[in-house]
Design a protein around this ligand. Structure first.
Ligand code: T4K
Length: 374
């Protein structure tokens, strides 16, 4: 679909020639899926790029989360945040675990660690924080609390491909970190995802590998109720190609983000994501929080104005996952007031490597025209 509208993002792709070159040998091998040579190559390259000890590829980021929880064999409650994509909460619930919702930090929108300890009960088995928008969680504090109570930490790192914290690959933190390589992400393999884990979790790695292939241990042994979460060879080939260009893509995204900041920083009623110390960012999303009292227009009014001009901003993440219809009446929404405040006021603006800076100027001009106090 080609038109003049600008959508919230646009998938990065290699040239057609590069992709065709990468998949050509599949017409000789006829090997299309089930952990073939592309899968192996992609996995090896990712270990290197992401600076992690071990990685297992999955069909998508959601299955990475869901099967990680299953492979850890957890029971009871998992503390998480509701300001995220459906996937995080669903992965917990679909494992028969109970999500317990922690509020978020008003500045970087990740788990508010000052509220974390009070939510721990004797049923708590794990913490599943989200590096939302690529903002890195308070890793040290989460680690300290997890160790104190003997809890597992599974990071939803869907938004943090290629980021580092204190010089270390972001996927190397926590017991487990899960990435998404969906078409809408900074880096994609069309659909895809991965689970990263340390060498001390070797058995977990074996279980995970089995679970992504129906729980099959050997030709005549199926000893776990697994799923099908294998990344196919076409997706792995796309990942291999995109990986060659991802640094350049991130650099281009940085230019777009800086242009946004040059227009929107310091405007009363507009809150931007912080630039985090010790984090090498991937510029995954550009969220803007509108305080209608100071800005003069609500988030929804800005959203409508942009839409009238063919600009597809998105309300990531509204509604909060704890207020989804499928959980109606189940959770106390008053437990997460900051998440509710941000979710009602946030818009993520279009962001992708090839977004023209003139388009960023135009988008910002439309936003600023909604400011009734200027
Ligand atoms: N955890 C977190 C925190 C996540 O954000 C996500 C996924 C996950 C876990 C789970 O990972 P995956 O299982 O998805 O790997 C999108 C994505 O589908 C989803 O991956 C993502 N988070 C979520 C935040 O956004 P939608 O329904 O908003 O996507 P959609 O189809 O409206 O696409 C958004 C825009 O992207 C389109 O307007 C145009 C562009 N686009 C889209 C597609 C599908 C492209 O340029 N090419 C494409 O192929 O969910």
């Amino acid at each position: 679909m080609k038109d003049n509208n600008i959508l919230v993002t646009r998938s990065s792709m290699p040239s057609l020639e590069e992709y065709v070159e990468e998949i050509k040998d599949m017409w000789d091998t006829h090997w299309l899926t089930n952990m073939g040579p592309k899968h192996k190559k992609f996995q090896e390259e990712l270990v290197e790029y992401l600076d992690v000890a071990n990685i297992d590829l999955m069909t998508n980021g959601h299955m990475a989360l869901e099967l990680s929880l299953q492979a850890l064999n957890l029971k009871g409650e998992v503390i998480t945040t509701p300001f995220t994509f459906a996937s995080t909460t669903h992965a917990i619930v679909r494992n028969g675990l109970e999500p317990v919702f922690c509020d978020i930090d008003p500045v970087d929108f990740t788990m508010d660690v000052t509220k974390l300890e009070s939510l721990i009960t004797d049923r708590t088995c794990a913490i599943m924080p989200v590096h939302v928008y690529g903002n890195v969680c308070n890793i040290e504090e989460i680690d300290r609390i997890a160790k104190k109570y003997g809890l597992k930490v599974i990071y939803d790192a869907a938004h943090t491909f290629g980021e580092t914290y204190k010089g270390r690959g972001i996927g190397s933190y926590g017991d487990v970190s899960c990435f998404s390589f969906h078409a809408t992400k900074v880096f994609n393999s069309i659909e895809g995802g991965a689970v990263c884990f340390g060498n001390e979790l070797k058995d977990f790695g074996l279980d995970l590998y089995r679970l992504k292939n129906f729980g099959i241990r050997g030709p005549e042994t199926v000893d776990a109720v697994g799923a099908n979460a294998k990344m196919n060879e076409f997706c792995a080939a796309m990942g291999i190609c995109n990986l060659r260009h991802v640094n350049e893509e991130i650099e281009k995204r940085r230019n777009v983000v800086e242009r946004y900041r040059s227009h929107l920083e310091g405007i009363a009623g507009i809150q931007l994501s912080p630039i985090q110390k010790d984090v090498k960012s991937n510029y995954a999303y550009f969220p803007v929080v509108f305080d209608e009292k100071e800005f003069g227009s609500t988030r929804n009014e800005v959203f409508d104005k942009l839409a009238q001009n063919g600009i597809g901003a998105r309300k990531y993440f509204y509604p909060l996952t704890n207020s989804f219809d499928c959980f109606h009446g189940k959770y106390d929404l008053d437990q997460t007031p900051v998440a509710r405040y941000i979710s009602n006021r946030v818009l993520t603006l279009p962001l992708y490597a090839d977004l023209a800076l003139e388009d960023v100027d135009r988008i910002c001009a439309i936003i600023l025209s909604c400011n009734n106090f200027r």
